[in-house]
Write a protein that binds this ligand. Structure first.
Ligand SMILES: CC(C)NC(=O)[C@H](Cc1c[nH]c2ccccc12)NC(=O)[C@H](CCCC/N=C(/NCCC(=O)O)S[C@H]1O[C@H](COP(=O)(O)OP(=O)(O)OC[C@H]2O[C@@H](n3cnc4c(N)ncnc43)[C@H](O)[C@@H]2O)[C@@H](O)[C@H]1O)NC(=O)OCc1ccccc1
Length: 237
């Protein structure tokens, strides 16, 4: 990848972008040691499908199993450190205050790298909230201080609606964007996956960074085959 010359057209879009939006998925955190959603099932969790564990139904049926899975993932996130790709995006934000990062990741690595304009579509794994009343838990506890309900990670589970303010900010940013990057996402989970597709439908240049092919296609799509920590530092001055 390193010696692949960068398309001049693409470089012009990067240099000229005034309202860039960067969409990130699990692949953005892979080089920081956080396994992607598809890879998260190793060792004792190998026999569970993540899409099944990350549901309100699984929590109601097997609360301890779901809490143990999140405890395991929290350890990995706590050990992880932002990589050169996260740092490049933080540098870009410092140079272009209008840059918005819209992430599906729940690990907070963008903020740890210094990025501020981060929209978290699927919540945060290092916080708890009440499964019944939604109240955030300030301190680690087993039940909600407000209603006594069970506490669970403050993430969006499959079948649950995304936080409305975050979704509105993401849709707004993409509708005003003059450049979109789609980094480390398989673009299979909705509604996040509709964001790069909408930008392409509007003829906005979209740069995809992924070592693997994804279903994303469109006239203004630039595919950069490779890894986030390798490509992003090359794209950002
Ligand atoms: C599986 C999928 C088909 N299901 C859905 O999309 C569902 C249901 C659904 C709604 N509409 C639909 C329409 C059609 C079909 C299904 C649906 N969506 C929902 O339920 C959403 C909520 C979705 C959010 C779920 N929560 C997550 N996370 C938080 C929890 C937690 O983390 O525990 S999703 C979770 O999985 C997703 C994983 O996707 P990716 O991030 O793309 O990661 P993945 O592992 O798949 O791929 C990694 C990629 O990186 C690449 N890569 C690897 N290494 C690198 C590298 N080094 N550099 C760059 N790239 C790299 C790989 O090649 C790969 O391409 C992320 O979003 C992640 O946040 N809610 C909802 O729609 O509510 C209203 C509603 C409700 C009911 C019914 C109708 C409507």
């Amino acid at each position: 990848m390193a010696n692949v010359p960068l398309d001049t057209d693409l470089m012009e879009h990067l240099r000229g972008a005034r309202r860039p939006v960067v969409l990130t998925g699990a692949g953005m955190s892979a080089e920081s040691g956080v396994p992607t959603f598809r890879e998260a099932q190793s060792g004792l969790w190998a026999r569970f499908d993540p899409v099944e564990l990350a549901t309100p139904e699984a929590f109601e049926r097997h609360p301890q199993r779901v809490l143990d899975w999140y405890a395991w993932r929290r350890e990995q996130v706590a050990k992880a450190r932002p990589h050169a790709g996260h740092q490049a995006l933080a540098r870009w934000e410092a140079a272009c205050a209008a840059l918005v990062i819209v992430t599906q990741n729940v690990d907070g690595l963008h903020q740890r790298a210094g990025s501020r304009n981060v929209v978290e579509l699927h919540g945060r794994i290092d916080r708890d909230r009440c499964h019944h009343c939604g109240e955030r838990a300030e301190t680690p506890a087993r039940v909600c201080a407000q209603c006594g309900g069970p506490l669970r990670p403050d993430v969006v589970w499959f079948g649950e609606m995304l936080p409305e303010p975050a979704l509105r900010r993401a849709l707004g940013a993409v509708s005003e964007a003059d450049l979109v990057l789609s980094v480390g996402t398989s673009t299979l989970v909705q509604p996040a996956a509709s964001l790069p597709a909408e930008a392409l439908a509007a003829g906005v240049p979209v740069v995809e960074i992924n070592p693997e092919p994804t279903p994303l296609k469109g006239r203004t799509l630039y595919r950069l085959r490779g890894k986030a920590a390798e490509w992003l530092p090359r794209l950002v001055a």
